[in-house]
Design a protein around this ligand. Sequence first.
Ligand code: 5GP
Length: 114
Amino acid sequence: MAEPTVFEKIIAREIPAEIVLENDRLIAFTDIKPQAPMHVVVTPKTAQYRDVVELAAGDPDLLAEMVQVARAIARERAEGDFRLVFNTGELAGQTVFHVHAHVLAGSLGEGSLA
Ligand code: 5GP
């Protein structure tokens, strides 16, 4: 069995995180190294999907729910507009291979991507 990722440990409450939203399928928490005034990670509770390509193929409804949750968080914690980033693959900066969206809002700075 693969080593649990840091996100699985957050879901299992084995390591602490500032959880901003949780339901039966998703969890959202603030990023430990924020790249914008609001930087929240939204991720499924299942570790089944490594990246957004796998998720889109395997459970498009769950992907759609992630987008809706991102919007709700941006409305609640920022001014409503947001950037959604899915780093996909190591060369694109993905470090945690448990699909997740970065929800970024506020002044992002020039060229900054999570
Ligand atoms: P990736 O680089 O895979 O797109 O994004 C992984 C994100 O997880 C990074 O932005 C990183 O800062 C965040 N992260 C890594 N470890 C932790 C942690 O222990 N707690 C929290 N809240 N975020 C983490």
